[in-house]
Design a protein around this ligand. Structure first.
Ligand code: SAM
Length: 281
């Protein structure tokens, strides 16, 4: 059978005007209207035909329509009820492919809502984007419920997620993202691509869950990185005092305690968490 043509849809500007969707700053609303750009973002995870996708903040549905065109089964959570009629029209245009939940993405259980492993794809609201990412990364169960995550962030946050050691951007977020994920910046997006344009540039980060290193407790790793980077200019012997046993763990691994947090590799932090976890048994 030849591939089905996507249904004709009104331009996103018309959808916004027809439904009175003036962007709300409080809800982090900066809409993407360029359908080619949206198709390129939807292509980052690879083929989505028949795949489950979880989208946070569909808004007027620009990214959502690109995901639907790609053949995905989309579960989307949107806090702004003004967007629901526009999203209902989209659900009608792609029968059986879109389910919209009205609610706060920080409060729902995406795994239960998606009903199976899903790709996360979202142009995230800036005010909750990092909190959502941390929640998805701190999953006790690994591999997690999500197969990949393709997420738009402010460029400065994207830089911190993919940062390498010995750089100013390297910190808790880099360790948390990279200790059991591959993380890369897949696309930079100019501020002028958004309506209204935000003050800063944006970037799409692509995360793929890797195997988890054995014997490491994510909470312990979190405590270590919080202490180490909470006082990042201090030597580790000072900054890690707050975590009992951590300075001994440095010695056990042959890591010089006069070093600073940002000079350690992700593997060094993983090793520290493992040694600390073993000594607590
Ligand atoms: N996906 C659309 C696009 O790309 O044009 C809109 C992206 S806009 C940056 C962020 C969207 O997230 C808005 O529609 C906003 O209403 C929604 N939002 C904000 N906070 C939310 C939350 N806590 N839970 C769910 N959606 C939220």
């Amino acid at each position: 059978m030849p591939p089905q043509l996507p249904p004709p849809l009104p331009p996103l500007r018309e959808v916004i005007a027809a439904h009175g969707l003036q962007a709300s700053k409080a809800l982090g609303q900066n809409f993407l209207l360029d359908e080619q750009l949206l198709d390129r973002i939807a292509a980052i995870p690879g083929s989505l035909r028949g795949e489950r996708v979880f989208e946070v903040g569909p808004g007027p549905g620009g990214l959502t329509r690109a995901l639907l065109r790609a053949g995905a089964q989309v579960t989307a959570v949107e806090r702004d009820r003004r967007c629901l009629p526009a999203l209902a029209e989209l659900a009608d245009a792609f029968p059986g492919q879109l389910r919209v939940i009205e609610g706060d993405a920080l409060r729902i259980d995406p795994q239960a809502e998606c009903g199976g492993p899903a790709h996360i794809v979202a142009n995230l609201p800036y005010n909750v984007g990092t909190a959502l990412l941390i929640g998805w990364l701190e999953s006790d169960v690994w591999p997690p419920w999500w197969k990949s995550a393709t997420l738009m962030f402010q460029a400065e946050v994207a830089d911190r997620i993919v940062a390498r050691p010995d750089t100013d951007d390297f910190g808790r977020l880099a360790v948390l993202a990279q200790w059991r994920c591959s993380a890369r910046v897949a696309m930079k997006v100019h501020r002028s691509a958004f309506t209204p344009p935000p003050k800063v540039m944006s970037a799409v980060v692509h995360l793929l869950p890797d195997d988890a290193p054995a014997g490491v407790d994510v909470k312990l790793l979190g405590r270590l990185t919080a202490a180490a980077f909470g006082q990042r200019r201090k030597m580790l012997r000072q900054s890690l005092k707050a975590v009992p046993g951590a300075v001994h763990a440095l010695a056990a691994l042959g890591i010089d305690e006069s070093r600073r947090a940002e000079t350690l590799s992700v593997d060094d932090f993983v090793g520290l968490a493992r040694v600390l976890g073993e000594s607590a048994l």
